[in-house]
Ligand binder design. Structure first.
Ligand SMILES: O=C(O)Cc1cc(O)ccc1O
Ligand SMILES: [Fe+2]
Length: 441
């Protein structure tokens, strides 16, 4: 059965899967209906200002203290946390990868997470990590929560189901899902990708929560509209089988065994919730006469820092759109940036790269490292007839952070790292010859 959702971003939602399970007019009655336990989950300090204060009240079969027991440390060799200054020998440079290889044998979502870069400091609650995921096995009696940050999940191939404490989210390529910090969940496959694996990307955000960017002079509409964010209705498992809970906490992993499912929330209300969003509902705003705006115009979600306008991480997309600018070099300009750009391609082709950036692939253009269109892309855009053109069949994204991104050893040694990426700019010849026209290429 398809999950059901409620529209809105950051609303005060309420939902119950049994009639009367949700107390009205109070949070903590002496004896909640159905013998449920009342519990608060806080996503912000109790005293956060009203605009950023987030908490939900959960009414559950057992309180969460029963969902963990004694912990033992385990190793998750591919999931790294910042700071992770791995000593590997790769020199500084612009980097690009083909999709990560599928693992051998059955692998679930947690074991299928491969960290590509880390930035900031997970314990200091600043920065982020960029991961790829590739898995082929459902989490059945396996559950997890991540205390280190929220997880923005970007499927690239295959549809996955995220069964969270607060309800079920199905998410397919061109949609994203957000799992809040600390929220219990398990992940399974609804429809595998082309090679039998579910694939995608994750931004693990250690900092302040993702929120909608202000629109400034754009006004009250366009970009990501709040009603297109969908939060699941309450759903629960009532299951008494041996279960395993994995916890990511300060960059370390711990497991605990319990005798029942921790996804036992029958009703809830509040504004600290998971959600999904369809990137195809993003209404892009762009240049309608000339020039190429900064990519921030395509920000879907931003995780701010205390410094105004300086994001811990922005989630930016490059969706299908009309290109109409006159007398303009229409693809991204050549540039260097104080922020660090990790990119992925969900489908199609990206307009700055004619070749080599493939769906499921990744690129990293780190702090102040120059980049821009490859030579064939430059040639094409410099000579194109500038009639209105629709960029179709494309969906790229960027995790852009104020912190330099450190490569993991896994990423540096990955067999799909393209050692010839920098050659994509080889054909950019000198065109200056002292005449106003320049040398034509
Ligand atoms: O580097 C990239 O391809 C991402 C990007 C796109 C764009 O349109 C402007 C700047 C930018 O960093
Ligand atoms: Fe860039």
């Amino acid at each position: 059965m398809s999950p059901r959702y409620m529209p809105g971003f950051g609303n005060d939602f309420e939902t119950e899967s049994l009639p009367g399970a949700l107390p009205q007019g109070r949070n903590s009655p002496q004896r909640p209906a159905y013998g449920l336990y009342a519990e608060q989950l806080s996503g912000s300090p109790f005293t956060a200002p009203r605009g950023t204060n987030e908490r939900s009240w959960l009414y559950r079969i057992r309180p969460s203290v029963k969902h963990t027991g004694r912990f033992s440390r385990i190793d998750m060799p591919f999931w790294k946390s910042a700071p992770c200054l791995d000593d590997h020998s790769l020199a500084l440079g612009q980097l690009r990868w083909d999709p990560v290889p599928a693992p051998d044998g059955p692998t679930n979502f947690l074991a299928g997470i491969r960290t590509m870069t880390t930035a900031g400091d997970a314990i200091g609650q600043v920065g982020m990590a960029a991961h790829a995921y590739v898995f082929n096995q459902d989490m059945v009696d396996d559950y997890f929560f991540n205390a280190d940050g929220e997880m923005l999940i970007v499927p690239q191939d295959g549809t996955i189901r995220i069964f969270t404490e607060m309800g079920v989210i199905d998410v397919e390529p061109q949609e994203i899902a957000l799992l809040p910090r600390g929220m219990m969940a398990k992940v399974s496959i609804v429809e595998p990708g082309r090679d039998g694996f579910a694939r995608g990307y994750i931004c693990e955000n250690y900092g302040a929560k993702f929120t909608l960017p202000d629109r400034g002079p754009i006004g009250a509409n366009c970009l990501a509209n709040p009603r297109d964010f969908k939060t699941p209705v309450a759903a629960y498992e009532d299951k008494e089988t041996p279960c395993r809970v994995t916890v990511k906490w300060c960059g370390q992993f711990h497991v605990t065994e319990i005798g029942h499912s921790p996804l036992d929330v029958v009703a809830w209300h509040g504004n600290y919730t998971p959600y999904k969003y369809d990137l195809r509902t993003f209404s892009p705003v762009g240049a309608i006469l000339f020039d190429h705006p900064d990519p921030s115009i395509f920000t879907v979600l931003t995780a701010p820092t205390e410094e105004a306008g300086t994001a811990n991480v922005d989630f930016v997309i490059f969706p299908p759109r009309w290109m109409v600018a006159e007398n303009t070099f229409r693809p991204p300009w050549y540039h260097r940036n104080i922020m660090s750009e990790f990119m992925g391609l969900i489908t199609g082709q990206y307009d700055a790269k004619e070749k080599g950036f493939v769906p499921g692939g990744m690129s990293l253009h780190n702090m102040m490292l120059a980049h821009g269109p490859d030579a064939p892309g430059f040639d094409k855009a410099s000579n194109a007839e500038l009639k209105p053109v629709k960029l179709e069949n494309t969906m790229a994204f960027m995790f852009e952070t104020r912190f330099p991104q450190q490569l993991t050893r896994y990423a540096a040694e990955l067999e799909t790292l393209q050692d010839d990426y920098m050659d994509c700019w080889n054909g950019l010849e000198r065109r200056f010859d002292g005449t106003p026209e320049g040398r034509s290429s």
